[in-house]
Design a protein around this ligand. Structure first.
Ligand code: ADP
Length: 193
């Protein structure tokens, strides 16, 4: 089963545009967008696990890797069974996973990582984008200055160094307009128009 998960990883700091760009690829039908952040936000907040996850997200900390991996595998299996995600026809567009060394190790052999897209933008630009998103979205983690700073720190400490693990990594500057970045990503994926 697992080697069927032909995967494209979207990696980069909060606010770099992972979700925006992965969704655009999803909308073309090429891939299935799976965001661990969305997965966590969809958990019922009145359950123990829901409260635990919300508290961490609101403080800009990562959810522990065991919970993350178990929930991710369970959710993916459900999407395959429901027919929402077809691993034979679609790339898995992984947005926000892996984020730590142990997440990489725990899923070793689970994904066939075709390409890693490293989306990069200066930190100040990313923070500004998150502040803007916070004005119109429900996301409390985008509305709190301390949380924004903490998310950047967590990324630098836990995630940034993972980039050196991937020889099939492509750097994508996400300072240009969304559509321009999208075209660049399509080119990298071999779908140049
Ligand atoms: P962003 O990348 O903008 O911070 P996400 O929606 O990807 O937003 O993630 C929101 C939050 O969900 C993270 O700050 C973290 O608390 C949690 N989260 C998402 N993915 C993971 C993961 N792979 N491991 C641990 N925590 C995660």
């Amino acid at each position: 089963m697992s080697e069927l998960y032909k995967t494209i990883i979207f990696l980069g700091k909060p606010g770099c545009g992972k979700g925006t760009q992965a969704k655009k690829i999803h909308d073309l039908g090429i891939g299935f967008h799976f965001s661990t952040g969305n997965m966590f936000r969809n958990i019922d907040e009145t359950t123990d696990v829901g409260r635990y996850v919300k508290d961490l997200i609101d403080r800009g900390k990562y959810v522990d890797s065991e919970t993350t991996v178990i929930l991710m595998q369970r959710t993916l299996n459900k999407y395959v069974q429901d027919g929402r995600y077809n691993p034979n026809r679609q790339y898995l567009l992984l947005d926000g996973f892996p984020r730590t060394e142990d997440q990489v190790e725990m899923t070793n052999g689970y994904f066939n990582i075709v390409k890693v897209l490293h989306l990069y933008v200066p930190e100040e630009v990313a923070i500004q984008r998150l502040r803007e998103r916070g004005k119109t979205s429900e996301r409390e983690d985008d509305q709190n200055e301390a949380t924004l700073q903490e998310r950047m720190e967590t990324y630098k400490q836990e995630t940034e160094h993972l980039l050196s693990k991937y020889p099939n990594k492509y750097d994508v500057d996400t300072s240009p307009p969304v559509e321009e970045v999208h075209q660049k990503i399509l080119e990298i994926l071999g779908y140049a128009l």
